[in-house]
Design a protein around this ligand. Structure first.
Ligand code: SF4
Ligand code: SF4
Length: 312
């Protein structure tokens, strides 16, 4: 699901500083996005103040950055209810900071990507409900003056690199700010790795383009049909070994102790039959190494192990 609700005006404040609050979880690039915005503001000859909290980048913790720019800026932190834009790189983090959005004129931009923290998922059974924010995108869009909620991570995957989701959101942000598009394109190469520049430029354009497309009507959630016997779940773990930084988080946090580091310190699935497909490893890995796929397949198509590993 993605959605948008446009304001007719640019969000740049007419008087006083413009306030942009960028939030997400560790590893998503909150600081990179805020540095790009700060650099752009400097290019316009504006004063910029930035304050940030980070340090949980390896553990999926909350990260946020306040950016304030204008003719004169005195304080580096945005008061509650004064943010012209809240930019969420993760859905629940975006919602958590919504109280900072300026009532009546603020713009909420967020990826609909959900990174569910492990302690919201204490029930170890298959398909157990978790305590993560349950608001739908449509409910949030209705509540705020202006909103853009693309499935940025899904778009980034289509571009071939999940990590450029933040640049897609930057492209969306660029359409609500007064800075010239050429300035954004000039600054972007300073902050992204050279080998990903081409994909980042495509991602930036994809974000801008997305804002011009008609909103996708909300699809009513339908009851998932129960599989007829003899069907059963088949879980597969897709592991991109070359991205693994051997941090051990997934190994320690897997509720069923299914994972281990191999001789090269790369994660591997060692107890396939114990894996429930709970996705905790996928949610927690700061480097997007693990993707959990759950399919319902005919019983005869299930492999000997209920969970299989696909190593990339
Ligand atoms: S390997 Fe991943 S999906 Fe399987 S039980 Fe462990 S945390 Fe859950
Ligand atoms: S796969 Fe596991 S060990 Fe490797 S980076 Fe991700 S969380 Fe760390």
């Amino acid at each position: 699901m993605n959605a948008k609700k446009k304001s007719a005006k640019s969000v740049v404040a007419v008087s006083g500083p413009t306030n942009v609050l960028i939030v997400g979880v560790g590893g998503q690039g909150v600081i990179m996005v805020s540095k790009i915005l700060a650099r752009l503001s400097q290019m316009q000859g504006l004063q910029v103040k930035q304050s940030e909290v980070h340090g949980m980048a390896k553990r999926g913790g909350s990260v946020f950055s306040h950016i304030r720019f204008g003719e004169e800026v005195w304080s580096p932190t945005i008061p509650m209810g004064e943010a012209d834009v809240v930019l969420g790189l993760e859905w629940a983090e975006g919602l958590r900071w919504l109280r900072y959005l300026k009532p009546g004129s603020g713009t909420f931009i967020s990826d609909t990507k959900r990174i569910v923290p492990p302690f919201s998922c204490r029930d170890r059974h298959h398909d157990a409900l978790h305590g993560y924010a349950h608001h739908t995108v449509a409910e949030i869009v209705k509540q705020v003056p202006s909103a853009y909620a693309p499935n940025a991570t899904g778009m980034a995957i289509e571009l071939g690199n999940e990590r450029v989701a933040n640049t897609i959101l930057l492209g969306v942000l660029s359409t609500v700010m007064d800075f010239p598009a050429e300035d954004w394109l000039q600054v972007l190469p300073e902050f992204v790795p050279p080998k990903t520049l081409e994909t980042n430029l495509k991602a930036f354009e994809a974000g801008r383009h997305w804002t011009t497309q008609p909103p996708v009507p909300e699809v009513q959630e339908q009851a998932v049909p129960q599989p007829q016997a003899p069907m059963r779940r088949q879980v597969s773990l897709e592991i991109t070994g070359e991205w693994c930084k051997s941090c051990d988080i997934c190994v320690k946090m897997c509720p069923e102790r299914c994972l281990a580091l191999d001789d090269h310190q790369i994660v591997e699935l060692v107890k396939p039959n114990a894996c429930t497909g709970c996705r905790v490893c996928e949610w927690l890995c700061p480097d997007f190494v693990i993707a959990v796929h759950v399919d319902v397949v005919p019983l005869e198509a299930v492999s000997a192990d209920t969970t299989t590993e696909v190593r990339i």
